[in-house]
Write a protein that binds this ligand. Structure first.
Ligand SMILES: Nc1ncnc2c1ncn2[C@@H]1O[C@H](COP(=O)(O)OP(=O)(O)OP(=O)(O)O)[C@@H](O)[C@H]1O
Ligand SMILES: Nc1nc2c(ncn2[C@@H]2O[C@H](COP(=O)(O)O)[C@@H](O)[C@H]2O)c(=O)[nH]1
Length: 204
């Protein structure tokens, strides 16, 4: 039987650098994860492409997806819906590939309930001052939205205990290397455990 892939969830406060670190991970030639593109009702930022960065949906379309149970998880974040397409995730995991989700904490909590065996990683800023600096410097949000995202950041950081690992994003290269190392170690651990149990059954 085909062994299932690992579900990897990366969360962290808005502006910590999740997208930047994720892109650094995926730019590595030997990366074998599949990125799950989320659905959102947010307006595209300059340069964002439908079907690459997100699947951009109207509120009506998104609520239709909720009603049809097409989302693994979803959450409202600072006035917009965000959600993960369930079919893509399940089919990809069933094909034996690892799936990488980059989502906020309310969604991650729902995923934890459905996939307790997933690998949950929380990306931390070096400080709240630096977090603000990053989100301001990115220049994509109005002052009001920056304030709201920073308010959410405090609540999100309080939920870090939900995660298996906390990784500091001091430097993009280091943070992405840490995450790749965690995933590799997790694969080794799971393979070892499975091997041990198979051996145990052979002896019985
Ligand atoms: N280690 C780092 N050092 C300095 N700047 C960084 C670092 N990581 C990311 N940044 C910068 O911080 C800003 C926010 O990064 P990014 O958009 O990746 O964050 P995010 O967590 O995905 O945000 P959101 O949740 O709002 O989508 C960007 O301008 C990015 O270039
Ligand atoms: N619960 C979910 N959260 C998601 C998903 N896709 C992205 N996100 C998170 O939303 C915030 C805001 O994103 P932005 O692109 O508007 O800055 C951020 O924390 C994302 O990680 C999702 O499918 N589900």
């Amino acid at each position: 039987m085909q062994e299932k892939g690992l579900l990897i969830v990366l969360s962290g406060p808005s502006g910590v650098g999740k997208g930047t670190v994720r892109k650094a991970i995926f730019s590595q030639p030997d990366t074998e994860f599949e990125y799950s593109i989320s659905m959102t009702t947010r307006t595209p930022r300059e340069g964002e492409v439908n079907g690459v960065d997100y699947f951009f949906k109207s509120r009506e379309e998104f609520e239709g997806l909720i009603e049809q149970d097409r989302l693994l998880e979803y959450a409202e974040f600072v006035g917009n819906y965000y959600g993960t397409p369930v079919d893509y995730v399940r089919e990809t995991l069933d094909s034996g590939k690892d799936v990488f989700l980059e989502i906020e904490v309310k969604g991650a909590r729902q995923v934890r309930e459905k996939f307790p065996e997933g690998l949950f990683i929380f990306l931390m800023p070096p400080s709240l001052h630096e977090l603000k600096n990053r989100i301001v410097t990115r220049g994509t949000e109005t002052d009001d939205l920056i304030t709201n995202r920073l308010l959410s950041a405090r609540e999100e950081i309080e939920m870090m205990d939900l995660y298996d690992y906390i990784v500091e994003n001091d430097q993009v290269e280091l943070a992405s290397e840490r995450i790749i190392a965690i995933v590799k170690a997790e694969h080794c651990r799971r393979e070892r455990v499975e091997h041990r149990y198979k051996k145990l059954l052979e002896v019985e």
